[in-house]
Ligand binder design. Structure first.
Ligand SMILES: Cc1cc2nc3c(=O)[nH]c(=O)nc-3n(C[C@H](O)[C@H](O)[C@H](O)COP(=O)(O)OP(=O)(O)OC[C@H]3O[C@@H](n4cnc5c(N)ncnc54)[C@H](O)[C@@H]3O)c2cc1C
Length: 478
Protein backbone atom coordinates (compact mmCIF):
# COMPACT_ATOMS: atom_id res chain seq x y z
CA UNK A 1 0.00 0.00 0.00
CA UNK A 2 1.27 3.51 -0.82
CA UNK A 3 2.38 5.37 2.25
CA UNK A 4 0.22 8.42 3.01
CA UNK A 5 2.06 11.72 2.73
CA UNK A 6 1.98 14.84 4.90
CA UNK A 7 1.50 18.23 3.24
CA UNK A 8 3.56 21.05 4.68
CA UNK A 9 1.93 24.33 3.76
CA UNK A 10 4.63 27.03 3.64
CA UNK A 11 3.42 30.61 4.11
CA UNK A 12 5.53 33.24 5.90
CA UNK A 13 8.08 30.63 7.00
CA UNK A 14 10.16 30.14 3.87
CA UNK A 15 13.00 28.29 5.58
CA UNK A 16 14.12 24.80 6.55
CA UNK A 17 15.86 25.60 9.85
CA UNK A 18 13.70 26.24 12.90
CA UNK A 19 10.56 25.40 10.99
CA UNK A 20 8.34 23.51 13.47
CA UNK A 21 5.76 22.37 10.90
CA UNK A 22 8.43 20.97 8.59
CA UNK A 23 10.29 19.39 11.48
CA UNK A 24 7.13 17.67 12.74
CA UNK A 25 6.28 16.43 9.24
CA UNK A 26 9.79 15.01 8.73
CA UNK A 27 9.61 13.27 12.09
CA UNK A 28 6.46 11.35 11.12
CA UNK A 29 8.70 9.35 8.77
CA UNK A 30 6.03 9.72 6.07
CA UNK A 31 6.66 11.29 2.66
CA UNK A 32 6.53 15.08 2.85
CA UNK A 33 4.98 17.30 0.18
CA UNK A 34 6.00 20.96 0.64
CA UNK A 35 3.55 23.36 -0.96
CA UNK A 36 3.17 27.11 -1.38
CA UNK A 37 -0.17 28.60 -2.42
CA UNK A 38 -0.42 31.99 -4.10
CA UNK A 39 -3.76 33.24 -2.93
CA UNK A 40 -4.32 36.82 -4.01
CA UNK A 41 -8.07 36.77 -3.56
CA UNK A 42 -8.06 35.68 0.04
CA UNK A 43 -5.99 38.40 1.66
CA UNK A 44 -8.71 40.59 3.12
CA UNK A 45 -7.79 43.43 0.74
CA UNK A 46 -4.09 43.06 1.53
CA UNK A 47 -2.79 41.07 -1.41
CA UNK A 48 0.98 41.22 -1.60
CA UNK A 49 2.43 44.52 -2.86
CA UNK A 50 4.79 44.97 -5.82
CA UNK A 51 8.15 44.98 -4.03
CA UNK A 52 7.13 42.06 -1.81
CA UNK A 53 6.10 40.06 -4.88
CA UNK A 54 9.59 40.47 -6.27
CA UNK A 55 11.01 39.26 -2.95
CA UNK A 56 8.59 36.35 -2.78
CA UNK A 57 9.69 35.13 -6.22
CA UNK A 58 13.34 35.00 -5.15
CA UNK A 59 12.51 33.46 -1.80
CA UNK A 60 10.40 30.66 -3.30
CA UNK A 61 13.15 29.91 -5.78
CA UNK A 62 15.68 29.70 -2.95
CA UNK A 63 13.39 27.49 -0.86
CA UNK A 64 12.85 25.10 -3.76
CA UNK A 65 16.62 24.83 -4.23
CA UNK A 66 17.17 24.08 -0.53
CA UNK A 67 14.42 21.46 -0.61
CA UNK A 68 15.93 19.86 -3.71
CA UNK A 69 19.21 19.57 -1.79
CA UNK A 70 17.30 17.31 0.60
CA UNK A 71 15.62 15.14 -1.98
CA UNK A 72 12.43 17.17 -2.02
CA UNK A 73 10.92 20.11 -3.92
CA UNK A 74 8.36 22.89 -3.58
CA UNK A 75 4.96 22.39 -5.18
CA UNK A 76 3.43 25.68 -6.32
CA UNK A 77 -0.29 26.18 -6.75
CA UNK A 78 -2.41 29.31 -7.18
CA UNK A 79 -6.00 29.85 -6.11
CA UNK A 80 -8.10 30.11 -2.95
CA UNK A 81 -5.84 28.45 -0.39
CA UNK A 82 -8.56 26.41 1.33
CA UNK A 83 -9.69 24.88 -1.95
CA UNK A 84 -6.14 24.31 -3.21
CA UNK A 85 -5.09 22.48 -0.04
CA UNK A 86 -8.25 20.35 -0.03
CA UNK A 87 -7.70 19.49 -3.74
CA UNK A 88 -4.06 18.60 -3.14
CA UNK A 89 -4.98 16.30 -0.28
CA UNK A 90 -7.40 14.45 -2.56
CA UNK A 91 -5.02 14.40 -5.49
CA UNK A 92 -2.06 13.03 -3.53
CA UNK A 93 -3.93 10.86 -1.04
CA UNK A 94 -2.11 12.71 1.77
CA UNK A 95 -3.97 12.47 5.06
CA UNK A 96 -2.30 15.23 7.05
CA UNK A 97 -1.44 18.91 6.63
CA UNK A 98 0.88 20.90 8.87
CA UNK A 99 1.55 24.65 8.90
CA UNK A 100 3.02 27.40 11.06
CA UNK A 101 0.52 29.96 12.31
CA UNK A 102 -0.12 33.42 10.89
CA UNK A 103 -1.73 36.30 12.77
CA UNK A 104 -3.35 38.45 10.09
CA UNK A 105 -7.12 38.52 10.71
CA UNK A 106 -8.01 37.10 7.27
CA UNK A 107 -5.44 34.30 7.68
CA UNK A 108 -6.82 33.38 11.10
CA UNK A 109 -10.38 33.14 9.71
CA UNK A 110 -9.29 31.14 6.69
CA UNK A 111 -7.08 28.76 8.67
CA UNK A 112 -9.69 28.20 11.39
CA UNK A 113 -12.38 27.33 8.83
CA UNK A 114 -10.04 25.10 6.87
CA UNK A 115 -8.88 23.31 9.99
CA UNK A 116 -12.39 22.49 11.07
CA UNK A 117 -13.50 21.37 7.55
CA UNK A 118 -10.48 19.14 7.12
CA UNK A 119 -10.74 17.64 10.58
CA UNK A 120 -14.36 16.81 9.85
CA UNK A 121 -13.19 15.06 6.71
CA UNK A 122 -10.79 12.96 8.78
CA UNK A 123 -7.58 14.81 7.83
CA UNK A 124 -4.97 15.34 10.53
CA UNK A 125 -4.34 19.09 10.79
CA UNK A 126 -1.64 20.57 12.97
CA UNK A 127 -0.61 24.19 13.33
CA UNK A 128 2.61 25.29 15.03
CA UNK A 129 4.07 28.43 16.55
CA UNK A 130 6.85 29.28 14.11
CA UNK A 131 6.76 32.99 13.37
CA UNK A 132 6.80 34.76 16.71
CA UNK A 133 8.76 34.30 19.91
CA UNK A 134 5.56 34.49 21.95
CA UNK A 135 2.08 33.56 20.81
CA UNK A 136 -0.08 36.72 21.09
CA UNK A 137 -2.60 35.12 23.45
CA UNK A 138 0.03 33.87 25.89
CA UNK A 139 1.14 37.34 27.02
CA UNK A 140 -1.67 38.65 29.24
CA UNK A 141 -2.01 41.53 31.68
CA UNK A 142 -2.84 40.99 35.36
CA UNK A 143 -6.50 41.44 34.34
CA UNK A 144 -6.04 38.67 31.78
CA UNK A 145 -6.39 41.07 28.85
CA UNK A 146 -4.12 42.15 25.99
CA UNK A 147 -1.38 44.73 26.55
CA UNK A 148 -1.84 48.24 25.20
CA UNK A 149 1.47 49.68 26.36
CA UNK A 150 4.85 48.49 25.14
CA UNK A 151 7.07 48.55 28.26
CA UNK A 152 4.93 46.27 30.43
CA UNK A 153 4.38 44.06 27.38
CA UNK A 154 8.14 43.74 26.93
CA UNK A 155 8.63 42.98 30.62
CA UNK A 156 5.93 40.30 30.42
CA UNK A 157 7.66 38.75 27.38
CA UNK A 158 11.01 38.72 29.15
CA UNK A 159 9.46 37.23 32.29
CA UNK A 160 8.17 34.44 30.08
CA UNK A 161 11.75 33.32 29.59
CA UNK A 162 13.52 32.51 26.35
CA UNK A 163 11.37 31.10 23.55
CA UNK A 164 11.70 27.39 22.73
CA UNK A 165 15.01 26.29 21.22
CA UNK A 166 15.15 26.31 17.43
CA UNK A 167 14.98 23.07 15.44
CA UNK A 168 17.74 22.07 13.08
CA UNK A 169 16.78 21.68 9.42
CA UNK A 170 15.83 18.10 8.54
CA UNK A 171 18.74 16.31 6.78
CA UNK A 172 16.52 14.60 4.27
CA UNK A 173 12.86 14.72 3.43
CA UNK A 174 11.20 11.57 2.24
CA UNK A 175 9.73 12.13 -1.21
CA UNK A 176 6.31 10.83 -2.27
CA UNK A 177 6.21 8.14 -4.97
CA UNK A 178 4.68 10.63 -7.37
CA UNK A 179 5.02 14.36 -7.17
CA UNK A 180 1.86 16.35 -7.83
CA UNK A 181 2.08 18.85 -10.68
CA UNK A 182 3.43 22.28 -9.80
CA UNK A 183 2.87 25.68 -11.40
CA UNK A 184 5.84 27.31 -13.03
CA UNK A 185 7.17 30.09 -10.76
CA UNK A 186 7.91 32.36 -13.73
CA UNK A 187 4.32 31.90 -14.85
CA UNK A 188 3.17 33.67 -11.70
CA UNK A 189 4.85 36.87 -12.97
CA UNK A 190 5.75 38.02 -9.48
CA UNK A 191 8.74 39.83 -10.93
CA UNK A 192 8.15 43.04 -12.87
CA UNK A 193 8.88 42.70 -16.58
CA UNK A 194 7.67 45.72 -18.51
CA UNK A 195 9.12 47.86 -17.12
CA UNK A 196 11.61 45.95 -14.99
CA UNK A 197 11.86 48.33 -12.04
CA UNK A 198 13.49 45.76 -9.74
CA UNK A 199 17.15 46.58 -10.53
CA UNK A 200 17.58 48.43 -7.23
CA UNK A 201 16.04 45.56 -5.30
CA UNK A 202 18.39 43.04 -6.91
CA UNK A 203 21.32 45.26 -6.05
CA UNK A 204 20.39 45.55 -2.38
CA UNK A 205 19.01 42.19 -1.33
CA UNK A 206 19.57 38.44 -1.35
CA UNK A 207 16.20 36.94 -0.44
CA UNK A 208 16.10 33.39 0.90
CA UNK A 209 17.31 31.51 3.94
CA UNK A 210 21.01 31.66 3.06
CA UNK A 211 20.80 35.42 2.40
CA UNK A 212 19.01 35.91 5.74
CA UNK A 213 21.63 33.94 7.63
CA UNK A 214 24.44 35.83 5.94
CA UNK A 215 22.90 39.16 6.83
CA UNK A 216 22.30 38.13 10.42
CA UNK A 217 25.87 36.84 10.81
CA UNK A 218 27.25 40.05 9.34
CA UNK A 219 25.13 42.05 11.79
CA UNK A 220 26.26 39.93 14.76
CA UNK A 221 29.88 40.50 13.82
CA UNK A 222 29.40 44.14 12.85
CA UNK A 223 26.70 46.66 13.70
CA UNK A 224 25.25 44.84 16.74
CA UNK A 225 28.00 46.07 19.04
CA UNK A 226 27.15 49.74 18.50
CA UNK A 227 23.44 49.24 17.73
CA UNK A 228 22.18 50.99 20.87
CA UNK A 229 24.27 54.06 20.11
CA UNK A 230 24.14 54.17 16.32
CA UNK A 231 20.82 52.74 15.20
CA UNK A 232 19.31 56.18 14.61
CA UNK A 233 22.14 57.21 12.30
CA UNK A 234 20.62 57.14 8.85
CA UNK A 235 23.65 56.50 6.65
CA UNK A 236 25.50 53.20 6.53
CA UNK A 237 24.39 49.85 7.89
CA UNK A 238 23.63 50.73 11.49
CA UNK A 239 20.78 48.22 11.88
CA UNK A 240 20.29 44.56 11.00
CA UNK A 241 18.17 44.96 7.82
CA UNK A 242 16.52 41.70 8.70
CA UNK A 243 12.93 42.96 8.42
CA UNK A 244 12.06 41.43 5.05
CA UNK A 245 13.82 38.18 5.95
CA UNK A 246 11.78 38.11 9.15
CA UNK A 247 8.53 38.93 7.38
CA UNK A 248 8.96 36.08 4.92
CA UNK A 249 10.18 33.82 7.68
CA UNK A 250 13.54 33.13 6.06
CA UNK A 251 15.10 33.23 9.48
CA UNK A 252 13.32 32.07 12.62
CA UNK A 253 12.93 34.38 15.58
CA UNK A 254 14.01 31.58 17.90
CA UNK A 255 17.31 31.14 16.05
CA UNK A 256 17.89 34.87 16.39
CA UNK A 257 17.01 34.83 20.07
CA UNK A 258 19.34 31.94 20.77
CA UNK A 259 22.24 33.57 18.93
CA UNK A 260 21.63 36.78 20.91
CA UNK A 261 21.67 34.85 24.18
CA UNK A 262 25.07 33.42 23.23
CA UNK A 263 26.41 36.84 22.32
CA UNK A 264 25.08 38.30 25.55
CA UNK A 265 26.81 35.56 27.52
CA UNK A 266 30.03 36.48 25.72
CA UNK A 267 29.57 40.08 26.85
CA UNK A 268 28.40 41.62 23.57
CA UNK A 269 26.93 45.10 23.89
CA UNK A 270 23.55 46.33 22.63
CA UNK A 271 21.87 42.91 22.76
CA UNK A 272 19.13 44.20 25.06
CA UNK A 273 18.34 47.11 22.76
CA UNK A 274 18.19 44.89 19.69
CA UNK A 275 16.00 42.39 21.49
CA UNK A 276 13.67 45.25 22.45
CA UNK A 277 13.20 46.06 18.75
CA UNK A 278 12.35 42.44 18.07
CA UNK A 279 9.80 42.72 20.85
CA UNK A 280 8.24 45.73 19.07
CA UNK A 281 7.56 43.24 16.30
CA UNK A 282 5.93 40.92 18.83
CA UNK A 283 3.92 43.86 20.20
CA UNK A 284 2.67 44.83 16.73
CA UNK A 285 1.47 41.26 16.16
CA UNK A 286 -0.06 41.18 19.64
CA UNK A 287 -2.02 44.34 18.76
CA UNK A 288 -3.11 43.04 15.37
CA UNK A 289 -4.25 39.77 16.90
CA UNK A 290 -6.29 41.46 19.61
CA UNK A 291 -7.45 44.46 17.51
CA UNK A 292 -7.93 43.06 14.01
CA UNK A 293 -9.17 46.38 12.58
CA UNK A 294 -5.75 47.96 13.26
CA UNK A 295 -4.79 48.24 9.54
CA UNK A 296 -8.03 50.01 8.65
CA UNK A 297 -9.30 51.99 11.61
CA UNK A 298 -7.91 54.43 14.14
CA UNK A 299 -7.10 52.42 17.24
CA UNK A 300 -8.13 55.52 19.22
CA UNK A 301 -11.54 56.34 17.88
CA UNK A 302 -11.24 60.00 18.84
CA UNK A 303 -8.93 60.35 15.80
CA UNK A 304 -11.94 59.81 13.55
CA UNK A 305 -12.63 63.51 14.18
CA UNK A 306 -9.32 64.65 12.62
CA UNK A 307 -9.92 66.96 9.64
CA UNK A 308 -7.83 65.08 7.06
CA UNK A 309 -7.09 66.84 3.80
CA UNK A 310 -7.75 65.31 0.40
CA UNK A 311 -4.77 66.52 -1.64
CA UNK A 312 -3.73 64.14 -4.43
CA UNK A 313 -0.97 66.49 -5.66
CA UNK A 314 0.68 66.65 -2.23
CA UNK A 315 0.35 62.88 -1.86
CA UNK A 316 2.03 62.40 -5.19
CA UNK A 317 4.83 64.82 -4.30
CA UNK A 318 5.41 62.81 -1.12
CA UNK A 319 5.37 59.47 -2.96
CA UNK A 320 7.83 60.72 -5.57
CA UNK A 321 10.21 62.40 -3.16
CA UNK A 322 9.35 65.91 -4.42
CA UNK A 323 8.40 67.71 -1.22
CA UNK A 324 11.39 70.05 -1.15
CA UNK A 325 12.47 68.71 2.26
CA UNK A 326 15.68 66.80 1.52
CA UNK A 327 15.40 64.22 4.30
CA UNK A 328 11.82 63.35 3.35
CA UNK A 329 12.69 63.17 -0.34
CA UNK A 330 15.84 61.11 0.26
CA UNK A 331 13.81 58.63 2.31
CA UNK A 332 11.14 58.30 -0.36
CA UNK A 333 13.84 57.75 -3.00
CA UNK A 334 15.54 55.14 -0.86
CA UNK A 335 12.19 53.38 -0.58
CA UNK A 336 11.50 53.57 -4.32
CA UNK A 337 14.93 52.34 -5.35
CA UNK A 338 15.74 49.77 -2.67
CA UNK A 339 12.35 48.76 -1.23
CA UNK A 340 13.59 49.75 2.22
CA UNK A 341 13.89 52.83 4.40
CA UNK A 342 15.79 53.43 7.62
CA UNK A 343 13.46 53.37 10.66
CA UNK A 344 14.02 56.96 11.78
CA UNK A 345 13.51 58.19 8.23
CA UNK A 346 10.26 56.17 8.11
CA UNK A 347 9.15 58.06 11.21
CA UNK A 348 10.05 61.40 9.64
CA UNK A 349 8.36 60.78 6.28
CA UNK A 350 5.27 59.33 7.97
CA UNK A 351 5.03 62.29 10.31
CA UNK A 352 5.44 64.64 7.34
CA UNK A 353 2.56 63.02 5.45
CA UNK A 354 0.27 62.95 8.44
CA UNK A 355 1.15 66.17 10.21
CA UNK A 356 2.64 68.51 7.61
CA UNK A 357 0.31 67.49 4.79
CA UNK A 358 -2.67 66.39 6.97
CA UNK A 359 -3.11 63.34 4.71
CA UNK A 360 -4.65 60.26 6.32
CA UNK A 361 -2.12 57.67 7.52
CA UNK A 362 -3.95 54.99 5.52
CA UNK A 363 -2.62 56.54 2.28
CA UNK A 364 0.92 56.33 3.59
CA UNK A 365 0.45 52.80 4.85
CA UNK A 366 -0.90 51.78 1.42
CA UNK A 367 2.11 53.25 -0.34
CA UNK A 368 4.50 51.51 2.02
CA UNK A 369 2.56 48.29 1.51
CA UNK A 370 3.25 48.40 -2.19
CA UNK A 371 6.83 49.62 -2.14
CA UNK A 372 8.48 48.03 0.93
CA UNK A 373 10.16 44.64 0.60
CA UNK A 374 9.44 44.17 4.31
CA UNK A 375 5.75 45.20 4.08
CA UNK A 376 4.14 43.50 7.04
CA UNK A 377 0.53 44.05 8.03
CA UNK A 378 1.14 44.13 11.78
CA UNK A 379 4.36 46.17 11.78
CA UNK A 380 3.17 48.60 9.13
CA UNK A 381 -0.24 49.29 10.65
CA UNK A 382 1.07 49.55 14.21
CA UNK A 383 3.91 51.85 13.14
CA UNK A 384 1.73 54.18 11.06
CA UNK A 385 -0.74 54.48 13.90
CA UNK A 386 2.15 55.02 16.29
CA UNK A 387 3.37 58.00 14.27
CA UNK A 388 -0.18 59.31 13.76
CA UNK A 389 -0.79 59.26 17.50
CA UNK A 390 -3.93 57.21 16.92
CA UNK A 391 -2.33 53.91 17.94
CA UNK A 392 -1.54 52.01 21.11
CA UNK A 393 1.26 53.54 23.18
CA UNK A 394 1.73 55.99 20.32
CA UNK A 395 3.88 59.07 19.91
CA UNK A 396 1.90 62.03 21.21
CA UNK A 397 0.20 63.76 18.30
CA UNK A 398 1.73 67.11 19.14
CA UNK A 399 5.24 65.66 18.66
CA UNK A 400 5.76 66.84 15.11
CA UNK A 401 9.08 65.85 13.64
CA UNK A 402 10.96 68.73 12.11
CA UNK A 403 12.56 67.18 9.01
CA UNK A 404 15.33 69.77 8.96
CA UNK A 405 16.35 69.20 12.57
CA UNK A 406 16.07 65.44 12.26
CA UNK A 407 18.40 65.59 9.28
CA UNK A 408 20.88 67.83 11.06
CA UNK A 409 20.88 65.52 14.07
CA UNK A 410 20.92 62.04 12.51
CA UNK A 411 22.52 62.79 9.14
CA UNK A 412 24.83 65.52 10.29
CA UNK A 413 27.45 64.96 7.59
CA UNK A 414 24.70 64.64 4.97
CA UNK A 415 25.88 61.23 3.75
CA UNK A 416 22.33 59.83 3.66
CA UNK A 417 20.77 62.75 1.80
CA UNK A 418 23.68 63.01 -0.64
CA UNK A 419 23.44 59.29 -1.42
CA UNK A 420 19.75 59.37 -2.31
CA UNK A 421 19.52 62.93 -3.65
CA UNK A 422 22.69 63.40 -5.70
CA UNK A 423 21.30 66.63 -7.11
CA UNK A 424 22.08 68.22 -3.73
CA UNK A 425 25.46 66.63 -3.22
CA UNK A 426 27.50 69.78 -3.78
CA UNK A 427 25.55 71.83 -1.23
CA UNK A 428 27.54 72.62 1.92
CA UNK A 429 26.41 70.70 5.04
CA UNK A 430 25.09 73.90 6.54
CA UNK A 431 22.34 74.19 3.91
CA UNK A 432 21.88 70.57 2.88
CA UNK A 433 18.80 69.89 4.97
CA UNK A 434 17.18 73.25 4.16
CA UNK A 435 18.35 74.35 0.70
CA UNK A 436 15.87 77.25 0.59
CA UNK A 437 17.92 78.95 3.29
CA UNK A 438 21.07 78.96 1.14
CA UNK A 439 22.16 82.24 -0.48
CA UNK A 440 21.61 82.34 -4.25
CA UNK A 441 25.36 82.23 -4.92
CA UNK A 442 25.78 79.06 -2.86
CA UNK A 443 22.94 77.37 -4.72
CA UNK A 444 24.40 78.43 -8.02
CA UNK A 445 27.80 77.09 -7.05
CA UNK A 446 26.28 73.74 -6.07
CA UNK A 447 24.26 73.52 -9.29
CA UNK A 448 20.96 73.59 -7.39
CA UNK A 449 18.11 75.52 -9.03
CA UNK A 450 15.18 75.53 -6.64
CA UNK A 451 11.91 74.97 -8.43
CA UNK A 452 13.80 73.54 -11.43
CA UNK A 453 16.10 70.64 -10.60
CA UNK A 454 14.97 70.41 -6.97
CA UNK A 455 11.57 71.56 -5.64
CA UNK A 456 10.90 74.41 -3.28
CA UNK A 457 9.24 73.19 -0.04
CA UNK A 458 5.60 72.32 -0.72
CA UNK A 459 4.58 73.47 2.76
CA UNK A 460 6.02 75.82 5.31
CA UNK A 461 7.03 73.94 8.46
CA UNK A 462 5.68 76.47 10.95
CA UNK A 463 2.34 76.91 9.16
CA UNK A 464 1.93 73.14 8.73
CA UNK A 465 2.70 72.58 12.37
CA UNK A 466 0.10 75.13 13.44
CA UNK A 467 -2.54 73.51 11.18
CA UNK A 468 -1.73 70.06 12.57
CA UNK A 469 -2.14 71.27 16.12
CA UNK A 470 -5.49 72.86 15.26
CA UNK A 471 -6.62 69.52 13.82
CA UNK A 472 -5.46 67.78 16.95
CA UNK A 473 -7.56 70.12 19.07
CA UNK A 474 -10.62 68.70 17.24
CA UNK A 475 -9.49 65.18 18.18
CA UNK A 476 -9.11 66.20 21.82
CA UNK A 477 -12.55 67.76 21.87
CA UNK A 478 -14.23 64.85 20.07
C1 LIG B 1 5.69 54.35 9.29
C2 LIG B 1 6.44 53.05 9.54
C3 LIG B 1 6.10 51.91 8.83
C4 LIG B 1 6.77 50.70 9.07
N1 LIG B 1 6.44 49.58 8.33
C5 LIG B 1 7.05 48.41 8.58
C6 LIG B 1 6.72 47.24 7.83
O1 LIG B 1 5.84 47.23 6.97
N2 LIG B 1 7.43 46.10 8.10
C7 LIG B 1 8.39 46.05 9.06
O2 LIG B 1 8.99 44.98 9.26
N3 LIG B 1 8.69 47.13 9.80
C8 LIG B 1 8.06 48.31 9.59
N4 LIG B 1 8.40 49.41 10.34
C9 LIG B 1 9.29 49.26 11.51
C10 LIG B 1 10.79 49.50 11.28
O3 LIG B 1 10.98 50.70 10.61
C11 LIG B 1 11.45 48.38 10.48
O4 LIG B 1 11.13 47.12 11.02
C12 LIG B 1 12.97 48.54 10.50
O5 LIG B 1 13.34 49.80 9.99
C13 LIG B 1 13.60 47.46 9.64
O6 LIG B 1 14.99 47.62 9.60
P1 LIG B 1 15.94 46.62 10.35
O7 LIG B 1 15.55 45.21 10.02
O8 LIG B 1 17.32 47.02 10.04
O9 LIG B 1 15.58 46.91 11.86
P2 LIG B 1 16.42 46.64 13.20
O10 LIG B 1 16.57 47.95 13.88
O11 LIG B 1 17.63 45.86 12.94
O12 LIG B 1 15.37 45.79 14.07
C14 LIG B 1 15.33 44.38 14.03
C15 LIG B 1 13.93 43.90 13.73
O13 LIG B 1 13.02 44.32 14.74
C16 LIG B 1 11.75 44.58 14.17
N5 LIG B 1 11.41 45.99 14.38
C17 LIG B 1 12.26 47.03 14.52
N6 LIG B 1 11.57 48.16 14.75
C18 LIG B 1 10.27 47.83 14.74
C19 LIG B 1 9.06 48.56 14.93
N7 LIG B 1 9.06 49.87 15.19
N8 LIG B 1 7.90 47.89 14.85
C20 LIG B 1 7.87 46.56 14.62
N9 LIG B 1 8.97 45.82 14.45
C21 LIG B 1 10.16 46.44 14.50
C22 LIG B 1 11.86 44.31 12.67
O14 LIG B 1 11.42 42.99 12.43
C23 LIG B 1 13.36 44.45 12.45
O15 LIG B 1 13.81 43.70 11.35
C24 LIG B 1 7.76 50.64 10.08
C25 LIG B 1 8.09 51.80 10.79
C26 LIG B 1 7.44 52.99 10.53
C27 LIG B 1 7.81 54.21 11.32
Amino acid sequence: MTEKAVLVWFRQDLRLTDNPALDAAARTGAPVIPVYVLDDGDAGGWSIGGASRWWLHQSLKALDQSLRGRGSRLVLRAGPAGRVIADLLKETGADAVFWNRLYEPFAICRDTDLKSDLKEAGVEVKSFPGNLAFEPWTIRTGENGPYRVFSPFMKACLRNGAPARPFAAPDVLKAPEDWPASDDLDGWTLEPVKPDWAGGLREHWTPGEAGARQRFDAFLDGALDSYAKSRDQMAGETTSRLSAHLHFGEIGIRSIWQALDHREAEGARSVGKFRAELIWREFAHHLLFHYPTLPERNWRQSFDAFPWVDDPDALQAWQRGQTGYPLVDAGMRELWVSGYMHNRVRMVVASFLIKHLAIHWRHGADWFWDTLVDADLANNAASWQWVAGSGADAAPYFRIFNPVRQGQQFDSDGAYVRRWLPVLKELPDKYLHAPWTAPEAVLLDAGVRLGENYPKPIVDHAAARARALEGYAEVKNA
